[in-house]
Ligand binder design. Sequence first.
Ligand SMILES: [Zn+2]
Length: 253
Amino acid sequence: MPAVQSFDPNVISLLQAKIRMIPSEGGAIYLVGPIKLPVNLDGQTFEFKWYCWLNCKEVTEDFERIVAKLSAANLAEFQQSSVLVHGDFESAESALIRFHSICHTGDIFGSKRCDCGYQLKQSMRHIAEHGHGALFYLANHEGRGIGLFSKALAYILQENGYDTVDANLQLGFADDARDYGDAIKVLKELRRKPVTLITNNPRKLEALRTAGANVEGRVQLWGDVSEYNQAYLQTKIERSGHLNDSEACCNNE
Ligand SMILES: [Zn+2]
């Protein structure tokens, strides 16, 4: 048995005040925040509040027990999801939300094979301009839920003529393996009133409603069309139910 770690009581009381436990099917979600996060958008600084969450099998409100597990949990080997909140998200009459699927190549490297990086920044701008909203950054959604390594394999297939849907199917995955359950639980914890979803994908709106999210409508996101992502965007329109009600309309979902 490893020695039980003891923490400075002040450290634990600081953390206790910022952690909450949300029961879930397989255990609990531990949500930590808000944490001040000033963000640079086009040279202008916007104040966001950041929350991060972790799934655990253990269900407890004695958060010292959870903190004590972290140093051995090797969390850097696993991605955690988080949410950036702007304005009075809990109480404002109208709030925008975006469920953004992590995209290592698009968000971090600025890859033009998809429009994720552009959409990420654009959603944050929309939310900041609207005044109230939240951007959920979903870490288990890489490559529509197949993971980064599998996405690299899918890209090889795509370079050889398979479209984005077929490439995932050929590798043995469902076309779309993403789950929004935890994100919706966190959303409900942060806001009970209805939200407006930033998306071009009507299926996503329906999926979130079915999963229990209080979504009253959606607004579209203008995309970043280039020669590199035209085929990808066309597949979304033809095979994944995305709307193409404007020439420049596209999105990553
Ligand atoms: Zn992407």
